[in-house]
Design a protein around this ligand. Structure first.
Ligand code: SAH
Ligand code: SF4
Ligand code: F3S
Length: 460
């Protein structure tokens, strides 16, 4: 029996792809190992969203090279850097055995065969045409015992944001047919899953036979499903129908991740984001009217080419106005072949120190707002879906509120139960407290029919 180790970088799309790789390898009699030094096969599933992500991949490759030298481990690179660099990566990294794109996961068996039997160095980065693309169906056994799981509903991105590499690494949008999605959700409920997050780069432009709003409503009706989430969305696809779905179906969790990127209209225009701040705020207002209390999170890019102090002040003002629950903010990083990288000189690169200084100011403001939001919850009871033991303290339990706030608490509720927790302490991004009531017992999940494989080891 051989062992594999997958090191995953980047977004949830990549985490899911790594799980699918694990399933393909399982059929080849590979088993996962949590220790890279014991692996016969190491795969890096890479991200190229920012330069830093690529640097991290290169330093990890250096580490795994020593494993390869000591025990002949096969070394492969998949994901977005693989798709972008193709055979250039084999030239850059002479000890690499194979490179494969996100569309080639199902071809891993033949790739490995060629590498092993024919001693070839293989590159498989062809796109599969939209009409012919078949989404790999998740094996529910991978999720047995988990309470919350991700379900792929689409891949790729048809937008043209000038900073973003995703359209180059993941290709055109392809939606997964809705019966497929609902079938996978139903399979997951039978192994204990009670919450699903529908994922894709741009889920609200879903076109898999029904609208995205309909898909959410139908997912919420699958017996056993208590909460439905989704990520990530583009503001220009936030339809009235989607907002109505929030009004109609309480199982659609009250959290919306709506990346705004900047608070300044001229910057948004150069980013080719297709909306103004006024339009963005109008959508948000409607959403908050349909579901009062909904938690809103966002992504921000700081130091986009040509961003002035006035532009940045508008991002701060927007942050204060919306009172985001949380923000993921990044320093602009020029990416190969993207519109903004090509025009950076014309628009004016923002000096690195200025970027850092702005990022710090923004993050400080967001930490204060997050702390204000969470500290107002002290003394209140919140509904928590229990996911298991706390990561910080195995004697405590861990779960999330409908708004996706994380909670560590004293109690005895098993994973899969829904409980009430009295909030006693808070940090900007966490609540803690004690269990006060059991709202819903967990489902009884039958044991596996065959011996259960270990979960694929993923180091995200
Ligand atoms: N599809 C999503 C986001 C995908 S990437 C959307 O439309 O919003 C996740 C986040 O990374 C983006 O929202 C953006 O804030 C950030 N990002 C993307 N490209 C970047 C770049 N070149 N430099 C810095 N941050 C970037
Ligand atoms: Fe990138 Fe824009 Fe697509 Fe998001 S919608 S992945 S930011 S191109
Ligand atoms: Fe990164 Fe690719 Fe996801 S670039 S964010 S892994 S789509």
């Amino acid at each position: 029996m051989k062992r594999y180790f997958i090191h995953t970088f980047g977004c949830q799309m990549n985490v899911n792809d790594s799980l699918r790789m694990g399933e393909v390898l399982g059929k080849l009699d590979y088993r996962p190992t949590p220790v890279a030094e014991e692996a016969d096969l190491i795969i890096l599933n890479t991200c190229s969203i920012r330069e830093k992500a690529e640097d991290k991949m290169l330093s990890a490759l250096g580490r795994y090279r020593t494993v390869k030298l000591s025990r002949g481990t096969l070394l492969g690179v998949g994901g977005c850097v693989a798709q972008q660099e193709k055979d250039r990566l084999l030239k850059k990294v002479p000890y690499l055995d194979f490179v494969f794109g996100p569309d080639s996961i199902a071809r891993l068996p033949e790739i490995l065969q060629r590498v092993q039997d024919e001693r070839e160095r293989v590159v498989e980065t062809a796109w599969v045409d939209s009409e012919e693309y078949v989404f790999p169906r998740a094996d529910p056994e991978t999720s047995r015992g988990k309470v919350t799981e991700f379900v792929t509903v689409m891949k790729g991105c048809d937008n043209v944001c000038s900073f973003c590499v995703v359209p180059h690494t993941r290709g055109r949008e392809v939606s997964r047919a809705f019966p497929e999605v609902l079938g996978e959700v139903a399979d997951l409920t039978r192994v204990g899953v009670r919450e699903v997050t529908l994922i894709g780069q741009n889920v609200n432009s879903y076109r898999g036979g029904i609208s995205f709003a309909q898909l959410l409503l139908r997912t919420a009706e699958v017996p056993g499903i208590e909460r439905v989430r989704f990520t990530t969305s583009h503001p220009h696809d936030l339809s009235d129908e989607l907002i109505e779905a929030f009004r109609l179906q309480p199982k659609i969790a009250p959290h919306f991740h709506l990346p705004v990127q900047s608070g300044s209209d001229p910057v948004l225009k150069r980013m080719r984001r297709d909306y103004t701040i006024e339009q963005y705020l109008e959508r948000l207002e409607k959403l908050r009217e349909a579901r009062p209390g909904i938690a809103v999170t966002t992504d921000i890019i700081v130091g986009f080419p040509g961003e002035t102090e006035e532009d940045f002040a508008l991002t701060l003002a927007l942050t204060e106005k919306v009172r985001y629950e949380n923000q993921f903010s990044f320093i602009y990083s020029p990416r190969p072949k993207t519109g903004a990288a090509l025009r950076e000189k014309d628009w004016g690169a923002v000096p690195h120190e200025v970027k850092i200084e702005r990022l710090e100011r923004l993050q400080k403001m967001q930490r204060r707002i997050s702390a204000e939001i969470t500290s107002a919850l002290v003394g209140q009871e919140v509904e928590v879906l229990v996911e298991g033991a706390s990561r910080y303290n195995p004697l405590k339990r861990f779960g999330r509120t409908p708004e996706n706030r994380t909670v560590n608490f004293d109690g005895d509720a098993p994973a899969g139960a829904m409980v009430k927790v009295l909030v006693e302490h808070t940090t900007p991004n966490q609540l803690s407290g004690k269990q006060t009531a059991m709202l819903m017992e967990p489902m009884v999940v039958p044991p596996p029919e065959v011996e259960r494989p270990e979960f694929p080891q993923i180091v995200a």
